[in-house]
Design a protein around this ligand. Structure first.
Ligand SMILES: CC(C)(COP(=O)(O)OP(=O)(O)OC[C@H]1O[C@@H](n2cnc3c(N)ncnc32)[C@H](O)[C@@H]1OP(=O)(O)O)[C@@H](O)C(=O)NCCC(=O)NCCS
Length: 241
């Protein structure tokens, strides 16, 4: 857009260094406590380690998610495509205060869960994916990110929505989540209904979810050998969802 200047100017053109533009596009990050890492025992006796994804793992993760999004059943395609964009948004610093958790079994990538903080109170759940099915990995990953929000970050509200029947059943129904009036409230994932959990409801009921679902709890005292075994993430050989 152009307008005539209201006074004489000494420099007709101003130039910017892109590093001066970046703080405007990126915005300041909140000071967020990191997820400390936790294990949980799966139904089949194996241990899954849930840790933060490392930024340098993002390209590897995107490479795999690109394959996952070719899967047309159970909404893996739409979720895969959006997860790809969210990993890239985190990698390119175009997502506000994201967190990205991965579930690993002996170093192999088994589950994914991410979200972002709208502010210090509201945690926006973005996506959860089970890359290894049948072990309730997805149920655990979602619980872990909600635990992170309520127990470690001090959030007071959790906002979720569901693209898939499995997701809706696992947590919309599985956690008996109420929803806000729609269309007055819309989730940033496509303007769908916002399902929510308050801290009071978390404390009263939802905290028990993972124990009921998988018969085990998150364990935060993680032995060094587990951390070491999962230091390097390996992609599964194939997409088997
Ligand atoms: C939603 C999701 C994360 C749930 O993961 P999960 O809790 O690990 O559960 P699964 O999807 O593996 O399995 C769901 C049920 O179907 C069964 N199942 C489905 N496909 C299966 C497979 N290929 N092998 C074994 N079991 C399978 C499971 O045994 C399970 O039954 P259960 O309730 O008795 O445990 C997962 O279905 C997923 O990643 N879906 C695609 C992405 C998505 O929809 N994300 C949520 C967005 S709202």
């Amino acid at each position: 857009m152009r307008l005539e200047t209201p006074c004489e100017v000494t420099h007709n053109q101003l130039t910017f260094d892109v590093e001066e533009i970046e703080p405007i596009l990126q915005g300041p990050a909140m000071d967020i406590k990191p997820w400390p890492g936790a294990t949980i025992q799966l139904k089949d006796g194996r241990t899954m380690y849930i840790r933060e994804a490392k930024m340098e793992e993002a390209p590897l993760m995107m490479e795999y998610v690109m394959k996952v999004m070719q899967t047309t059943h159970d909404f893996y395609d739409i979720v895969g495509a959006r997860v790809y964009a969210e990993i890239l948004g985190w990698y390119r610093k175009r997502l506000k205060d994201p967190y990205t958790l991965v579930g690993l079994v002996d170093g192999e990538w088994a589950g994914f869960a991410n979200g972002r903080l709208m502010n210090k109170d509201i945690n926006i759940s973005l996506h959860t994916m089970a890359l290894m099915r049948g072990a309730r990995v997805g149920a655990i990953m979602y619980y872990a990110k909600a635990f992170y929000g309520f127990e470690l970050l001090g959030n007071t509200e959790w906002w979720a929505t569901y693209e898939s029947y499995n997701g809706w059943m696992r947590w919309g129904v599985g956690m008996a989540q109420p929803s806000y009036p729609w269309p007055e409230y819309q989730h940033e994932l496509g303007g769908a209904r916002v399902y929510y959990v308050t801290k009071a409801y978390w404390d009263a009921r939802v905290k028990e979810y993972v124990r009921q679902m998988v018969g085990a709890d998150l364990v935060f005292d993680v032995p060094d050998e587990i951390i070491k075994a999962n230091e390097t993430m390996h992609l599964p050989d194939d997409v088997t969802v």
